[in-house]
Design a protein around this ligand. Sequence first.
Ligand code: MD3
Ligand code: FE
Length: 214
Amino acid sequence: MTSPIELAPGCLWWQGWLSRDQQQALADDLRALLAEAPLFTPRMPRTGKPFSVRMSNCGPLGWVSDAAGYRYQPLHPETGRAWPPFPPVLLRAWGELAACPAPPEACLINWYGEGARMGLHQDRDEEEFGAPVLSLSLGDTAVFRIGGIKRTDPTRSIRLASGDALLLSGPSRLAFHGIDRILPGSSTLLKQPGRINLTLRRVHRADDAATGAL
Ligand code: MD3
Ligand code: FE
């Protein structure tokens, strides 16, 4: 396995963790998955302003956002159906990289088309911040920015390329982060310009009995 770079305490970056063939296989899985659970346009709480990123999910729970607020729910907001199961490679990634005994409960699928971006934010809609978040990138390279736990802390930026894995744990779990822009045409993986980011997460605190702890 490639050895990771520690960008900040608890923030580990594996460049090219997925081979080109593995990236292609995962992109194919996602094409089928998105036919079952189509991308939707999330909206800001209260104002209803649309995000430029479109989203779907897989696994038992999915993250959604609309005028009523941010939340995790078991059903797709538009089809009313359960989210599709995790593609097996995502469970393998979690098992090999996350160092978390409990399985992931949610995988948010972000689609960045032309001009999409994600402003600086913290991920704090989960009940469990002790568990890490694991991200996998496919397609065009993104300029990713990460700072500290205060919005005004200094930030650094890196380019997340297709096949990269990024783990956010410990002190980095509540770091401010965002996507400044996508570099169109930087990858030939997908059939159209754009980027897919997958984030595997736990939502609830693990039940010790269920994870085998004494
Ligand atoms: C740092 N997604 O879905 S993934 C998100 O590329 C999100 O789509 C970005 O931020 C994307 O919430 C960044 C890398 C990432 C994910 C979760 C984090 C970085 C993080 C949680 C805490 C700190
Ligand atoms: Fe985030």
